[in-house]
Design a protein around this ligand. Structure first.
Ligand code: KG4
Ligand code: ZN
Length: 351
């Protein structure tokens, strides 16, 4: 079949997503149920609550995506679902339903690797993006530089030694009393616009380590200590009681150093790659944190300076949603590859 349509389902963390995507990359219908209001109260994702919310939302989300695409389960050509990595009990909700539907409607089935799906979104965004290319994957759970050679074929040039960047954004949001449900990144980014990025002195991580790895745990502590210090100077009880301007300065300073660290590691990785692989001159910026405008524009400047091209999906396709599962399935199906829905596991960790 020339053109085929795939239903994709994503439930690896706190977003219940479904989408119908055509094999040429056109998103025909999509729906996303956010659980941010549920997790807001707890200051982070609570797996048990997330699982229940997925169960309650999933069928409705699938139906909405199908309706918007003007199709039905009878007429989709295949089903793809995220099977890892992620929260096991959450992954299972989407995976079980997808396996049942694939068997009931007798459809080809593809189990999706969530990180690969984030990377593939760069190829949905830019149809001219050919393998191989370099990826910076920055999400709530991961922070990696990968050279990407083909579907299922990646090598990791650097990863985080401790926390991910998304986690660090979320912790900073919590420290400053900003909304954290659904991720604190957008709130930190918004407040940082009002702040001075040089106001709070913070240390750039791993300056002495000449490799492509990341570390965000030190910066996280560094930000907390600086905020506590400022609270003391201002004579207030905690960082939560600082003025809006002080908080904005902290947000801007944190975001700046977090990005400087990325720039430095990427610069090294790109220089290394230039020596090893002449074919690679494109950087794909992917994962939830790639929605950050400051990060997008600064990495664009870095790429231009080095004569590279940057590809980055629109912000709403950087964070988790159903189209990523559908598109990753399409990439696999185009190669004639699929999985057995009667025998599909989910993987909390998925190398
Ligand atoms: O990829 P994603 O939706 O879920 C995971 O696979 O982890 O990434 C979520 C992460 C959260 O930590 C969230 O705070 C962060 O991405 N994020 C952002 C922005 N939008 C989402 N971080 C910084 N700036 C943003 N605009
Ligand atoms: Zn993700």
């Amino acid at each position: 079949k020339d053109d085929f349509i795939v239903l994709g389902i994503e439930s690896s963390c706190d977003d219940t997503g479904a989408a119908v995507v055509r094999s040429d990359g056109v998103i025909l219908g999509e729906a996303l149920a956010s659980q941010s209001h549920i997790h807001e109260e707890w200051g982070g994702v609570v797996p048990g609550l997330a699982k229940t919310a997925h169960e309650e939302a999933l069928d409705r989300v699938i139906q909405t995506a199908l309706d918007e695409a003007g199709t039905t389960l009878h007429d989709v050509d295949a089903i793809g679902v995220t099977v890892g990595p992620g929260l096991e009990i959450c992954l299972r909700v989407g995976a079980q339903r997808a396996c049942e539907l694939a068997q009931e409607y007798n459809k080809p089935f593809v189990g999706i690797h969530h990180l690969e799906a984030h990377i593939m979104m760069a190829r949905l965004e830019n149809k001219e993006l050919e393998w191989p290319f370099l990826s910076l994957l920055v999400s709530g759970g991961h922070c990696q530089i990968l050279s990407c050679h083909g579907v299922g074929n990646y090598s990791i040039l650097g990863g985080t030694l401790d926390d991910s960047l998304g986690e660090c954004f979320d912790k900073t949001a919590r420290l400053l009393g900003l909304p954290v449900g659904g991720g604190g990144g957008p709130a930190v980014e918004a407040l940082a616009k009002e702040g001075d990025p040089t106001a709070i002195p913070l240390t750039i991580p791993l300056l002495k380590r000449k490799d492509c790895d990341f570390s965000y745990a030190g910066l996280k502590t560094n930000v907390r200590r600086a905020a506590e210090q400022l609270a003391m100077e201002r004579g207030v009880e905690s960082a939560l009681e600082l003025s809006r301007q002080d908080k904005a300065n902290i947000a801007a300073s944190f975001q700046n150093i977090a990005i400087v660290h990325l720039e430095q590691r990427l610069d090294r990785a790109m220089t290394l790659v230039e020596k090893q692989d002449k074919a690679i001159r494109t950087l794909a910026l992917v994962g939830g944190v790639a929605a950050n405008q400051e990060l997008r524009s600064r990495l664009n400047v870095l790429c231009e300076a080095l004569g590279w091209t940057m590809v980055v999906p629109p912000p709403r396709l950087c964070t988790d949603q159903g189209a990523m599962a559908a598109w990753a399935a399409i990439e696999r199906l185009k190669l004639g590859s699929s999985d057995d829905p009667s025998n599909q596991e989910v993987y909390a960790r998925y190398p």
